[in-house]
Design a protein around this ligand. Structure first.
Ligand code: SAM
Length: 280
């Protein structure tokens, strides 16, 4: 395998800096730099972009992003132990890597970034899902990012791209697909990571649409989708009873049978329902 840069291999970096993986920080590292470069390529052409990377750890993906030509990378990492390693990478790519030591859930990175901006990350599951939901629900659309390239547990990745009629179809699919194109672009076995997690992983690429795929008010759509999927086995006329007293009429006006269940209803129909409910 050819080296992607002149820095030491990641296994040596980890040994030299005593970076034993911490479960509390969800640390499962990618040590194959050819693999991290491949993930970086899934983020698209980075040469004209700033990249926000969350959770660089020992820097495998960071090095992939820089080697693939990212204009600049802003990396936010909670684990202070990783700072010297990340400083070595910054020195090898002068002026192109800025590192912030902190919690990505508490830091607003925008003042450190210049558009166009893409996001790339291999994050612990719970932090990744929370950030994804935040990135998909900004006050204004289009959002600050052009694309998100994110590693998830395979099961979460499937929920993001799920289609009506499948067991994994739900709020995350609607939220992701309403204002973005979402695709699974890579699958990774547990052995790709050190230590190996129990589950398979997948990289999801989401690119932001200029405007929502179908017209709807974000808060109303979120309310009807939440009510429908909170009781996903009930018919919509029952699960949405609290939304409006005449919900059956509104379902019909949106082209949805009141006896249908949420998992059968398309994104387009949910948006039509949000418009029908919002009328008052
Ligand atoms: N990107 C590296 C890679 O691919 O090998 C590390 C991935 S590891 C799954 C997740 C990284 O996210 C760890 O380095 C961990 O310390 C960091 N992390 C966990 N929670 C975080 C948070 N709230 N904010 C920033 N970084 C966090």
């Amino acid at each position: 395998m050819s080296a992607i840069d002149t820095l030491p291999p990641l296994s040596q970096v980890i040994a030299d800096h005593g970076l034993s993986a911490r479960k509390s920080l969800g640390q499962n590292f990618l040590l194959d730099l050819n693999l991290t470069a491949k993930i970086a390529r899934q983020a698209g052409d980075l040469t004209e972009c700033d990249v926000l990377e969350i959770g660089p750890g020992p820097g495998g993906l960071t090095r992939g992003l820089l080697a693939e030509g990212a204009r600049r990378v802003l990396a936010i990492e909670k684990d202070t132990r990783c700072m010297p390693v990340l400083a070595d990478i910054a020195a090898a790519y002068p002026g192109r890597l800025e590192v912030i030591n902190g919690d990505a859930l508490e830091i607003d990175p925008l003042s450190h970034l210049t558009p166009p901006i893409r996001v790339a990350a291999n994050l612990p599951y719970n932090v990744g899902t929370e950030l994804l939901v935040r990135w998909l629900t900004p006050k204004e659309w289009p959002p600050f990012w052009q694309s998100l390239t994110l590693m998830f547990q395979r099961e979460v990745a499937e929920r993001i791209v799920a289609q009506p009629g499948s067991k994994t179809y739900g709020r995350l699919a609607i939220l992701s697909q309403w204002r973005a194109d979402a695709r699974i672009v890579m699958s990774l076995p547990p052995e790709a990571f050190t230590p190996a997690p129990k589950v398979k992983s997948a990289v999801v690429h989401l690119s932001a649409l200029e405007k929502p795929r179908f017209d709807a008010d974000a808060a109303t759509l979120s309310r009807v989708v939440a009510a429908g999927f909170n009781q996903r086995r009930k018919m919509l006329r029952a699960s949405l009873k609290g939304i409006a007293p005449d919900i059956e009429d509104r379902l019909l006006s949106a082209g949805i049978k009141p006896t249908e269940r949420a998992e059968q209803v398309s994104l387009e129909q949910f948006c039509a329902l949000a418009r029908a409910v919002k009328l008052d």
